[in-house]
Ligand binder design. Structure first.
Ligand code: NAD
Length: 418
């Protein structure tokens, strides 16, 4: 049996290669688009609360900037690696192209365990990392945003650090900031709101009634917890399973998401949620349900568990949750997978709105943001669905065909410098 590809960068390149084959891209275009444009590795010291100085390693990778400035989140985790950041940067390029917003793809990360660091240590780490990558980031060049274990406060520290060096406030250097310093209405919920739109559209396509659907969500952070809440409140879905890093909770009769949110806030995790049964994260993915929404990390649906996944609809709120082997097992049995580069594009879409508002110093109302987000997500879903029907391929391949063609066109028009 062949060894399953789980290095995220190998997965990203394999997905690109398949799209490039179908599009008949030239050798030169493949060579250009297969590799990130820039990769910065930074090793930097941070003074810890006990007076010791510890060294940390961080990355910022820009995959392609032919359609606009680089855009992509910053992740703090012990599992961060250069290959993970490369993969996430490449997925950002395709994601911005799928929803047709004028950004290229980037990603950043620092190898650290933020759950075992104080707020002051995190602030010093963030300010030093921001300084180290300041040779790449800027409102016209590369605009970070939150990702796993980073949040509006972290974005605020990056914005302040960059602004201190400039000598004046530069809000457009990051998105996902607090409202008080140039953040956008609707940004906190944006990724989840985008997930809601594609879930609704995919259910409609399959003739599923949202109010009759049971849903399992893996991950209870920014994306997972808000997705679960919106699906319950606005689509009237029954949320039967939730999880975070401590494990999962299950109740076939449904979990009240607002209660789970309060419980998790009070207790620091979902562990021990009343009226629910404990399951592991591995068991959670295999629970009986109509829709499964991975919203935590990569490589959750693999060749090992794909044949036991019961859901017929999988919405990839996380980046890279499905390995190529799992993808083909699930496709073969007729499951529909709404791919990450489409499903979670709501975040970068409202980040785009935030950047435009910061540059214009003119801010929009939440209703305007949400309705424009809704239009873009609906239109993008329909374009991907139509492409996949026309080409008789999966939604993932449909999204790749649209995205890669757009990036290749921009790259072709700009030409090879000099
Ligand atoms: P977050 O840090 O807010 O939340 C992550 C959640 O995953 C937490 O509940 C954590 O407990 C859980 N988790 C961590 N390790 C886990 C494990 N081994 N098993 C199960 N759960 C685990 O992060 P987020 O911003 O919600 O991001 C989640 C995913 O969505 C990531 O793949 C990220 O790249 C993607 N994404 C986020 C955004 C955004 O706007 N935040 C946008 C697009 C995509």
């Amino acid at each position: 049996m062949a060894i399953e590809i789980v290095n995220p960068y190998d997965v990203a390149v394999a997905q690109f290669d398949e799209a490039a084959d179908r599009l008949g891209l030239s050798q030169a275009m493949r060579a250009i688009l297969r590799k990130p444009k820039r990769e910065l590795i930074v090793n930097f010291p941070v003074r810890m609360d006990n007076g010791d100085v510890e060294m940390f390693t961080g990355y910022r990778v820009q995959h392609n900037i032919n359609r606009g400035p680089a855009k992509g989140g910053i992740r703090y985790s012990p599992e961060v690696s250069l290959d993970e950041v490369r993969a996430l940067a490449m997925w950002m390029t395709w994601k911005c192209a799928v929803v047709a917003i004028p950004f290229g793809g980037a990603k950043g990360g620092v190898i650290c365990d933020p759950h075992h660091m104080s707020r002051a240590e995190l602030e010093r780490l963030t300010r030093r990392y921001a300084t180290e990558i300041s040779i790449l980031i800027g409102p016209d060049s590369d605009i970070p945003a939150p990702d796993m274990n980073t949040n509006p406060q972290v974005m605020g520290w990056i914005m302040d650090t960059y602004s201190m060096h400039a000598g004046y406030s530069v809000p457009a250097v990051v998105t996902g900031k607090p409202l008080a310093i140039g953040g956008s209405e609707g940004r906190l919920e944006a990724t989840a709101r985008g997930v809601l739109v594609v879930t609704r559209e995919a259910m409609r396509d399959r003739g599923m009634q949202p109010e009759a659907c049971s849903v399992v969500v893996q991950g209870f952070g920014n994306v997972g917890s808000i997705t679960a809440r919106l699906l319950q409140d606005e689509l009237k879905c029954k949320i039967v399973g939730l999880s975070d890093i401590s494990g999962g909770v299950y109740n076939a009769r449904g979990i009240e998401v607002h209660r789970a949110l309060r419980y998790s806030k009070e207790h620091g995790s979902l562990k021990g949620l009343p009226d629910s049964e404990h399951v592991t994260n591995a068991e959670l993915l295999e629970l009986p349900c109509d829709a499964l929404i991975p919203a935590a990390l990569e490589n959750q649906l693999t060749g090992r568990n794909a044949s036991r996944i019961k859901a017929n609809l999988i919405i990839e709120a996380a980046n890279g949750p499905t390995t190529p082997e799992a993808d083909s097992i699930l496709n073969d049995r007729g499951a529909i997978i709404v791919p990450d580069i489409l499903a979670n594009a709501g975040g970068v879409t409202v980040s785009y709105f935030e950047w435009v508002q910061d540059l214009q110093r003119f801010f929009w109302a939440e209703q305007q943001i949400n309705s424009q987000l809704e239009n873009i997500m609906e239109r993008s879903y329909q374009a991907v669905r139509n492409k996949s029907q026309e080409q008789e391929c999966s939604l993932r391949m449909g999204a790749y065909l649209l995205a890669v063609a757009r990036v290749a066109e921009a790259t072709e028009i700009r030409g090879v410098y000099p």
